[in-house]
Design a protein around this ligand. Structure first.
Ligand SMILES: NC(=O)c1ccc[n+]([C@@H]2O[C@H](COP(=O)([O-])OP(=O)(O)OC[C@H]3O[C@@H](n4cnc5c(N)ncnc54)[C@H](O)[C@@H]3O)[C@@H](O)[C@H]2O)c1
Length: 257
């Protein structure tokens, strides 16, 4: 049995993870942490608590899954590593230098961490297909669509997609005419390699992304839509089992599929 803790247990993603862990034969929910709803029972005998460190000391989880918010996730991950608890990080908004620092700490302390900006298999394939298409197209832009409670922009998935595409090419605006924005932000954010990222926030969406490629006389769109948060759960369970067994630092679900 893998003893699992969940930080952000009462959030939209946290609640799904609670149910997925409870339904899995090889995992046992031992800890639920959240800053809201303290005292609520999420599973038999498991009550929401707010003190992460005390909760870890009391329940000694093997793996903690984190779906909280961008402003606290870096501190949380450092706590997991310091306490020797392996972790699966779904919370987005970590900066590239923070991810590097986490990788260093994880390796120094020999405590596994899996960070995945997207746990749905369809989204991972969308990123991989975008990497493949990037070889053949000189122009590409990313449009990402999320619900309007998402705090960070652009999304972690958009950043990861751009990173994968950049492995194939340095410059994605070959042949464009000189541009001038007459309204700031009209052309989106500019990721390294001139991949423009456009973030749409709208009630009604869960998470969608469209990567648009173009060359003379043609466009190619690679699109993924998450329409229910259940789509992430098989990836989260896979990551829990992988970090439990392998105890490594991994960034991106594609590296454990
Ligand atoms: N990796 C993926 O596949 C994936 C998929 C969907 C969402 N996300 C990301 O997961 C994160 C959570 O998304 P959500 O939609 O569930 O958000 P949410 O706001 O519904 O839930 C976050 C929960 O974390 C709790 N929380 C906030 N700060 C905390 C802290 N310091 N300690 C403990 N609990 C804390 C909140 O009270 C809330 O219950 C976001 O960063 C989002 O972008 C990732």
């Amino acid at each position: 049995m893998i003893k699992v803790g969940i930080t952000g247990a009462l959030g939209k993603m946290g609640k799904e993870v609670v149910e997925a862990v409870k339904a899995s034969a090889d995992c046992e929910l031992v800890l639920a942490v959240d800053i809201a709803g303290v005292g609520a029972e999420v599973s038999q005998g498991v009550f929401v608590e707010s003190d992460l460190e005390a909760g870890i000391d009391k329940t000694t989880p093997d793996v903690i899954v984190d779906f909280t918010q961008p402003d606290n996730v870096y501190k949380n991950v450092k706590t997991y590593i310091e306490k020797g608890v392996k972790s699966v990080i779904g919370t987005t908004g970590l900066m590239p230098e923070q991810i590097k620092e986490i990788e260093k700490l994880s390796e120094e302390k020999q405590v596994g961490v899996i960070i995945a900006p997207n746990f749905s298999i369809g989204a991972v394939l969308m990123m991989m297909f975008s990497g493949l298409a990037a070889k053949y197209f000189d122009n590409a832009e990313i449009l990402e669509f999320h619900h309007n409670q998402k705090k960070d922009a652009p999304s972690g998935t958009a950043i990861k997609t751009a990173e994968i595409m950049r492995r194939e090419k340095d410059n994605f605006t070959l042949g464009n005419c000189p541009e001038k924005e007459t309204m700031e932000g009209a052309r989106g954010a500019n990721h390294d390699g001139n991949i423009r990222i456009h973030s749409i926030r709208m009630p009604g969406y869960v998470a969608s992304q469209e990567v648009v490629f173009g060359s003379s006389g043609q466009t190619l769109k690679i699109r993924h839509d998450s329409i229910d948060r259940k789509c992430y759960m098989s990836g989260v369970l896979l990551a829990i089992r992988n970090v439990f067994e392998n105890n490594k630092f991994i960034y991106g679900l594609e590296n454990i599929l």
